[in-house]
Write a protein that binds this ligand. Structure first.
Ligand code: GLV
Ligand code: GLV
Length: 333
């Protein structure tokens, strides 16, 4: 008999068909996020699961489902996985890096530009019918070209944003990260490594691209916002919780920061009510990797990981993008 897997959210039909070649597949046609108790129930008897950032896979879920072998996230970020708990139970987690890098960098750059040039605020003004005359300083923002681009978190996506800024827009690129890039990579991106305080102080446009963890929780809070230039913008395409959204709304209201572009929020899909009240923000619903081509590539890579992780297909036992390869080879399901 085939192993059973749960596809926790709606995905492309042809991707489900690929899974059906190897597995008995339970899908989620309604595409509602399963509450925890239901997720635990639906995982019963399943050896694998395709998840998104909305399903939390922790010790409780794993303890209730000791037969589970592979959890395959359709996302590069995997803070919804308790990785030590996966390790402790010998469960493989996988994610979808690389295939979304350029698409996500495009969006980060677009959001930063929209923020600097006040595109959302001015569109709302037009839609409200308030445009009755043109004026010289109407929605005057700040330049992107030639400005100082600050990047916090210099992984693949951070580097792809740096490349856009340095090569396309003549920006000076500063970055801070846990580890430094190799000198030749720094040189190719025209990027300078600085400490976090310098990054905050010198950036005209600061973009956050670091993974969420206990140590990046509120990496940008009131104290950090106070170190930024009042003319600066902040763009977050990383994860909610890296920014203290309440403190950010305060800084924006008080004019201590020019504007913010946010694709991710603490407690999303809830959005802090004060952020909805400030005009100088561009707010998008966690869509940085959302092109059809990239979402298809992510879903297919997640399927590849699940198929190979459970011992099928050409890469059986060698899933392409494992998070915790230390658990390989998996004991049989
Ligand atoms: C989306 O946020 C992802 O991690 O891919
Ligand atoms: C992951 O965080 C990346 O930057 O690709």
């Amino acid at each position: 008999t085939k192993p059973s897997v749960l596809v926790a959210r709606a995905v492309f039909d042809d991707v489900v068909d690929r899974l059906r070649e190897h597995f008995d597949v339970e899908t989620n046609p309604g595409d509602q996020v399963f509450p925890k108790a239901e997720l635990i129930e639906r995982l019963k008897g399943k050896q694998g699961a395709l998840t998104t950032g909305s399903e939390r896979i922790d010790g409780e879920v794993l303890a209730a489902n000791p037969q589970l072998r592979v959890v395959s996230n359709i996302a590069v970020g995997y803070n919804n996985f308790d990785v030590p708990a996966l390790d402790a139970r010998g469960v493989l987690g996988t994610n979808t890096p690389d295939v979304l890098t350029e698409t996500t960098a495009d969006f980060g750059f677009a959001l930063m530009m929209a923020t600097a040039r006040r595109m959302a605020e001015s569109e709302h003004f037009l839609r409200r019918g308030e445009w009755n005359r043109w004026s010289l300083t109407m929605f005057a923002g700040s330049d992107v070209h030639g400005a100082t681009l600050g990047i916090l978190g210099m992984g693949r996506i951070g580097q792809a944003i740096a490349r856009r800024g340095a090569l396309g827009f003549g920006m000076k690129v500063l970055y801070h990260n846990r580890s430094r890039l190799a000198p030749e990579v720094e040189a190719s991106l025209n990027a300078r490594y600085v400490d976090k305080a310098t990054l905050l102080r010198e950036s005209d446009h600061l973009v956050l691209v670091l993974p969420y963890s206990a140590s990046s929780h509120h990496a940008i809070g009131a104290a950090e916002l106070a170190q930024m230039r009042p003319t600066a913008t902040l763009t977050n395409i990383a994860r909610g919780g890296i920014v203290d959204d309440a403190a950010l709304a305060e800084a924006l209201k008080a004019g201590r920061l020019a504007a913010a572009g946010l694709d991710v929020f603490e407690g999303e899909p809830q959005v802090h009510p004060s952020l909805l009240e400030v005009p100088n923000v561009v707010l998008t619903p966690h869509i940085a990797s959302a092109t059809l081509a990239t979402r298809r590539a992510m879903a297919n890579l997640a399927a590849d990981n699940l198929i190979a992780g459970l011992g099928f297909g050409p890469d059986a036992g060698r899933p392409p993008t494992p998070i915790n390869p230390n658990v390989l080879p998996l004991r049989s399901a």
